[in-house]
Design a protein around this ligand. Sequence first.
Ligand SMILES: Nc1nc2c(c(=O)[nH]1)N=C([C@H](O)[C@@H](O)CO)CN2
Length: 117
Amino acid sequence: MQDQVYIEALSVETLIGVYDFEREAKQTLLLDLTLEFDCRRAGETDDLQFALDYDALSKRVRAWSLEQTFELLETYAQQLCELIHSEFGIGCVNLKINKPAAVAGCAAVGLHIERRF
Ligand SMILES: Nc1nc2c(c(=O)[nH]1)N=C([C@H](O)[C@@H](O)CO)CN2
């Protein structure tokens, strides 16, 4: 198995949705991210510079999300995977997006994608 770094239920704010009321205010999305990353060098050296810094990545995802405006979760998901690949060098991004406020009468809806680069 490849090593993985993960972040669960990362709360981000973004302007997302197809309906008029969704174009007026940012909504919360909850992200589960699993990122393939070889952790051996970090484990051998105890040095953060050789690790995938999940704190830095979380901050970048939050800041990026604040700037975006998409209609579909699919577009948000695709663009986010491309960002994580291009800025953090991750070859495989597994992303689950939970949109808690989207549909009445259920806990959440969303999507789950994986992109290999
Ligand atoms: N597959 C998708 N279906 C829907 C989306 C979406 O992003 N992907 N979005 C909406 C609305 O924005 C919805 O979340 C508002 O309740 C509907 N279906």
